[in-house]
Design a protein around this ligand. Structure first.
Ligand SMILES: CC(C)(COP(=O)(O)OP(=O)(O)OC[C@H]1O[C@@H](n2cnc3c(N)ncnc32)[C@H](O)[C@@H]1OP(=O)(O)O)[C@@H](O)C(=O)NCCC(=O)NCCS
Length: 175
């Protein structure tokens, strides 16, 4: 594996801000560009939200970030994934490797350090080709179309909905 995943910590604030700033052009069309956004994310970590940073093993550089958001347990055991990749690692396949580790972590049982989830969703704007390609590479199924789903860039945006259940996941990426 070229990458590892881990939760964010206060020492990440500066490298995170730099990574987001240098990637602003490629993130900005789809997600808000918030170089200082990790401050709030660190405060919000808890039962409903887990963030993972994807780190390059060789350099320690920040490859990307994935929020496992809207976590609902009980009979649902469901969450939504939101992610960005950062330069200079974007487009090198590392984000996909990191996302496989995140999905592993989401589906692993809690007694093995996982989140014990059963279903994951990825919601993507219809013309976000790179994100749709990533969802498909991970094996997510296209489930449907959700009109005016998220308020992004000053408007309510339509999204394509992709999903994956634990039964469909082939197993740990490291295996
Ligand atoms: C969506 C996003 C996270 C995808 O990340 P990424 O950096 O393209 O992910 P990867 O590098 O893993 O993508 C693999 C690409 O690298 C290429 N690649 C290059 N070297 C590779 C290697 N050694 N192994 C695998 N893939 C490699 C692949 O061919 C693939 O390109 P393709 O999709 O054109 O076929 C990123 O584009 C992004 O941050 N977008 C802006 C924010 C955003 O849209 N977030 C999602 C909102 S729903």
């Amino acid at each position: 594996m070229r990458v590892t995943i881990r939760p964010p910590r206060p020492e990440d604030l500066q490298p995170y801000a730099e990574a987001v700033r240098r990637s602003a052009e490629h993130i900005g069309r789809w997600n808000p560009v918030e170089p200082e956004g990790l401050v709030e994310l660190l405060e919000r970590q808890g039962a409903g939200l887990r963030t993972y940073l994807i780190e390059d093993v060789e350099t320690g550089g920040l490859v990307g970030k994935c929020n496992v958001a809207n976590i609902v347990m009980g009979r649902f055991c469901n969450a939504a994934l939101g992610y960005d990749s950062y330069l200079p690692y974007a487009g090198t396949g590392r984000m996909t490797e990191g996302m496989r580790l995140v999905v592993d972590r989401c589906f692993a049982p809690e007694h093995r350090g996982g989140l014990g989830l059963h279903r994951l969703e990825i919601n993507v704007q219809p013309d976000n080709d790179r994100s749709i390609a990533l969802a498909k590479r991970l094996g997510f199924r296209h489930e449907g179309f959700t009109p005016r789903m998220l308020f992004l860039g000053g408007a309510w945006r339509d999204h394509e909905r992709f999903a994956l259940t634990a039964e469909e996941w082939p197993g740990p990426a490291e295996a």
